[in-house]
Design a protein around this ligand. Structure first.
Ligand SMILES: [Zn+2]
Ligand SMILES: [Zn+2]
Length: 244
């Protein structure tokens, strides 16, 4: 198909050499590492969500079951997409297969979700669970938070600390996750907020228990509002789903 090759030549001439979309491997001319098809597809998954925790809902529902029953410490949580398909595999590659470079394009994607919160005073990553710290060597939430911080022009502060460890979250069912986490996070010694709004960043939200614990710690140190953004939201909580 000669005309396709010609078209390709012209677009390369006009837009420069493409990079490839980290989700679908198609040539990407946006310069972000995620093509506009994938960005659109992921955004459509979150067209109608719970006003508080950001889980996809059917219209006209405004609050999910959990948020109707329980108060959350965080004021709002939003995810870029759902934890499935290509986004899920990219997150897994970043977390478990050492493809740390993926925090760049995925961080750009997360920044689009974080933009409505760019009035906050600080961006704060969720700290790694103690049990994961030595295995991975880096905290992917911190890498993502650094990208978000740079893109929305809000300073980054790695001030949350985890005490732990009663055991990894991944193998627990829903009520056990909440019990396992309560009181396990604190703000670094000496940090006090003067009614500052904070944006917490993590990769995956399952029950939002980790984010809620982060928000509790931040608010007890004087944060006025705590907003959270994550790359992906799991839709169910079967055993073996990861969080934290
Ligand atoms: Zn793509
Ligand atoms: Zn909710």
């Amino acid at each position: 198909m000669a005309w396709l090759r010609i078209l390709d030549r012209i677009s390369r001439f006009v837009y420069g050499e493409p990079t490839y979309c980290c989700l679908c491997n198609a040539p990407d001319f946006t310069g972000t590492g995620i093509c506009s098809n994938c960005t659109g597809e992921i955004a459509r998954q979150m067209a109608w969500v719970c006003e508080v925790c950001g889980i996809p809902l059917r219209p006209p529902l405004q609050l999910c079951h959990e948020c109707r029953l329980n108060m959350r410490y965080f004021d709002m949580q939003r995810s870029a997409g759902t934890y499935k398909g290509r986004l899920m595999s990219a997150i897994r590659r970043m977390k478990y297969r050492g493809e740390r470079w993926l925090s760049r394009p995925l961080g750009w994607l997360l920044s689009q979700t974080a933009r409505p919160f760019s009035h906050v005073g600080l961006v704060v990553p969720v700290p790694l669970a103690v049990s994961n710290r030595n295995v991975r060597g880096y905290n992917q939430a911190k890498d993502l938070a650094a990208e978000v911080s740079a893109n929305i022009c809000v300073p980054l502060a790695d001030i949350l600390e985890r005490e732990e460890a009663r055991g990894p979250q991944a193998r627990l069912n829903r009520p056990d996750r909440w019990r396992n986490l309560k009181g396990t996070m604190k703000v670094a010694q000496g940090v006090q907020f003067d009614r500052t709004a904070v944006l917490v960043v993590d990769d995956v939200a399952t029950t939002c228990a980790t984010l809620d614990e982060a928000a509790r710690a931040l608010k007890s140190a004087g944060a006025s509002d705590v907003f959270c953004v994550t790359l992906a939201r799991t839709l169910k909580y079967p055993r073996g789903q990861e969080e934290g």
